[in-house]
Design a protein around this ligand. Sequence first.
Ligand code: PLP
Length: 353
Amino acid sequence: MRPARALIDLAALRHNYLLARSRHGGRALAVVKANAYGHGAVACATALADVADGFAVACLEEAEILRAGGVAAPILLLEGIFEASELPRVDALGLWMVVHDASQLDMLAGFAPQRPLTVWLKFNTGMNRAGFVPARARELYSALAADSRIATIVMMTHLARADEPDSDVSLVQWRRFREAVAGLPVPCSVCNSAGVLGWPQLRSDWARPGIMLYGADPMPGEGHGLRPVMTFDSRIMAIRELQAGDPVGYGARFVAARPQRIGLVAMGYADGYPRVVPDGTPVTVDGRPSRIVGRVSMDMLTVDLDGIEAGLGSAVELWGVRVPVNRIAAAAGTIAYELLCNVKRARFEYVDD
Ligand SMILES: *Cc1c(COP(=O)(O)O)cnc(C)c1O
């Protein structure tokens, strides 16, 4: 069996969820969109079932996978519906939906649900992506509150720069949001992970933590007590002794300066390890620090074994408990979110203790 693996620590996931909720206060929807940021949505939601107040996904298709997997808790569709034909499924599965655009109100207009709906009204306070203008908060609230088909209304907004501790944009967004909903008897939701970790003054009724559940800290510096959930690892499948001047891999990006041992690892960009990382990107080999040498290819990559006691079958961690995924994201010029979402082909294993 090819040893490329994503090892998912479900106890760490629960730890991170409980940390998010206790930092924020109130209730928290565990965001498990995009297959739980690549970790396996049903497995993650099932592991959180006893503790989470509910879940959030991007769309109906993702919610259907959770319901089919036995997840009974509330599930919010963060983008709401895309066409009116989704409404009977939303109703039958008891899903909550974001309404962020007038076109979605039009879709709702002619629909007669079997049971009252829960709607999260989303307002644009500065992201300028999805959401109604805050000036419409009262009018929209009144219309939905008077609508017998709607049981529960939550008011929400989304922060654009909460991962920047020195930016005052989050406070500006908060002020716009608070003004819009002032006096309305309605629960509110503002904070994503960076909001939870960096902006305690922006607390509201519901948090929506995503990336922090998986142990990747969105704030600079880290140190919030999050535990990495995914360890992405593999094993050495061959060892080669290079002579000075020997190139390694496609394009001969790395050339040995002296005699040197390298290890060939069963892991490549087709597994989701980023091809763009430079020579020197950290890995561990049997727990000891080492580095990538040569270009990452589709199914294999090469690591420096100089001064490291390692052999065939030695474990190579690409990210996880020893190598922070944020380190690799920085080396790849991206964010941990993208790396985690991209993991594929590798075998998934779950531990829970
Ligand atoms: C994805 C998403 C979140 C979670 O964001 P993180 O940065 O992963 O915590 C929260 N709210 C909305 C609306 C989202 O789309």
